[in-house]
Design a protein around this ligand. Structure first.
Ligand SMILES: Nc1ncnc2c1ncn2[C@@H]1O[C@H](COP(=O)(O)OP(=O)(O)O)[C@@H](O)[C@H]1O
Ligand SMILES: [Mg+2]
Length: 230
């Protein structure tokens, strides 16, 4: 008899950061590629009105009620989209509870957290989120964290990611963080006058057109690409 497989080896579990300014193509990538298949899905969706993860996944929306979230998890609802409600303090509390519940989900669950900058800070994040982003993949969970302003989110998260997808960012401090994460080298290309122009990593990130990205692979190599057409 073969030994029972652990959750960590049975599933291809990853932690993926998806970074970029509003409208650069993050959610389209998530829907089109990362969530093509999901045995079970749990989404933190502050911008559900426009993102419509429930429509995309044929999921059930839970608005601001942790008890209802627990009930949906227990009934085995395949896709659950949680929309936080209330002021900043209420949202913070809901995120902590949301992360604890996510930790208990069965292996192979995909967990998506949109707008991470609303619930973590560079030097602080809820302990339950930290636990997810340090040990979640060993439990077989796939975790996708999304942010428009990477300089504002918890620093450890990016360090724990197996993959990082970065679209254009619109501020120097965000570009600096991401150029470092991606270890982008200065690029040399002919300028308008034909003379070679050097472009620093952070400027390459500031100038990406919509839907263009740099992607750090699990083997740490970085590729440049464009979103698949919708
Ligand atoms: N490859 C693409 N070509 C054309 N339009 C796209 C493409 N990818 C996304 N879009 C559109 O651009 C808008 C913003 O994309 P979205 O993925 O929601 O961005 P973000 O999540 O970064 O704010 C959406 O209306 C989407 O349908
Ligand atoms: Mg989006």
């Amino acid at each position: 008899m073969s030994p029972p497989k652990t959750a960590g080896t049975r599933n291809k579990a990853d932690i993926v950061a998806v970074i970029g300014a509003s409208g650069t193509g993050k959610s389209s990538y998530i829907k089109g590629e990362l969530l093509k298949k999901f045995p079970r899905l749990l989404v933190w969706s502050p911008l559900e009105e426009t993102d419509d993860y429930a429509g995309f996944s044929s999921g059930v929306v839970v608005r601001g009620k942790i008890s209802e979230l627990v009930a949906q998890v227990q009934t085995g609802t395949k896709a659950i989209v949680y929309v936080p409600t209330g002021d900043a303090a209420a949202v913070k509390l809901q995120f902590d509870r949301f992360c604890r519940i996510a930790w208990e989900m069965e292996p192979a669950t995909k967990l998506l957290v949109e707008e991470l900058s609303g619930v973590t800070m560079p030097s602080w994040s809820p302990p339950a989120w930290r636990k997810l982003s340090t040990a979640g993949r060993h439990r077989g969970l796939t975790i996708i964290g999304v942010a428009q302003r990477p300089a504002n989110i918890d620093k450890d998260f990016m360090g724990n990611c197996t993959e990082v997808r970065c679209y254009r960012v619109n501020y120097d401090n965000d570009a600096k963080v991401m150029a470092d994460v991606l270890r982008l080298q200065t690029a040399y290309a002919p300028g308008a006058t034909g003379k070679t122009v050097a472009k620093k990593g952070m400027d390459q990130l500031r100038e990406l057109p919509n839907f263009h990205f740099f992607h750090k692979n699990p083997d740490l190599s970085v590729r440049r690409g464009i979103n698949k057409s919708l």
